[in-house]
Ligand binder design. Structure first.
Ligand code: ADP
Ligand code: MG
Length: 243
């Protein structure tokens, strides 16, 4: 599978020279407090995480422990209460609001439990659409979408709508979509939550293959079978990380 392997800027102070050891994501003292009415909920407390390029990192913890919050913060879908997130040399917590959609598009790939594909579009169109504002040149997008889907074993499903695909196939479309813009990191929130064990295994295999090629992936999971295939497991309880 084709993944982002573009050389990083020389001035990236997190680049220690060895490509394999390069830190791609640094989370520093990250906290998030939501308010449920007047009651503060400390969903994440002072989290520190260092992730190297090509890691397949499992995030585990009980329901309500802050796993989705952590991904939403890294994905810039939620704003941190405190702390820093440095992704691929960019401090996400200091990016102006109006530039966030672009940074998100260019640096982050999302995979959700419920796939979140657009039901009226084909598999190919779903992947192409994710490149509509992308730096991938317009004339290359169709070919790139097709190639990604073919590599994920969906070459004969290009014109199928999501409703015509199995859960596992829909999830592979969403993986192709996440990869389309060559993101620095893929954030997957319980991506195997809705599929049978055989499909789960094939999704995990795809993740492993991608990570071996240098794609960094963070995957929230409840499934020990998924976690044991990951390069590292991070555990969260009550918003506190213990790794
Ligand atoms: P997990 O993904 O581990 O199940 P979450 O990150 O979704 O946990 O939630 C962590 C805590 O933050 C929970 O107590 C949850 O109720 C709370 N929470 C999550 N999102 C919001 C929100 N948008 N507003 C208020 N509270 C929230
Ligand atoms: Mg969650």
């Amino acid at each position: 599978l084709e993944v982002s392997n573009k050389p990083e800027k020389e001035d990236n102070k997190l680049n220690w020279g060895n490509e394999d050891q390069k830190i791609i994501l640094q989370v520093e003292n990250l906290s998030k407090t939501y308010f449920q009415g007047k009651i503060p909920v400390h969903a994440l407390r002072c989290a520190c995480i260092t992730v190297r390029k090509g890691e397949l990192l499992a995030i585990m913890g009980p329901s309500g422990s802050g796993k989705s919050t952590l991904l939403a913060l890294i994905g810039t879908l939620e704003k941190a209460t405190d702390g820093k997130i440095i992704l691929d040399g960019t401090d996400l917590t200091s990016v102006p609001e109006k530039l966030l959609p672009r940074v998100r598009r260019e640096k982050i790939g999302f995979i959700f439990q419920h796939y979140n594909l657009i039901p009226t579009l084909s598999a190919l169109e779903n992947v192409e659409l994710s490149m509509r504002f992308s730096r991938v040149p317009k004339k290359e997008r169709g070919g790139r979408a097709r190639k990604l889907l073919e590599e994920l074993g969906l070459g004969d499903r290009l014109s199928h709508k999501p409703s015509e695909l199995s859960g596992g196939e829909q999830q592979r479309v969403s993986i192709a979509r996440a990869l389309a813009n060559k993101p620095a990191v893929i954030l997957a929130d319980e991506p195997t939550g809705e599929v049978d064990s055989k499909t789960r295994d094939s999704i995990v295999r795809v993740f492993k293959e991608l990570s071996e090629k240098g794609q960094t992936i963070l995957v929230v999971t409840h499934d020990p079978e998924v976690a044991k295939e990951c390069s590292r497991v991070l555990r969260i309880t009550d918003g506190v990380i213990k790794d």
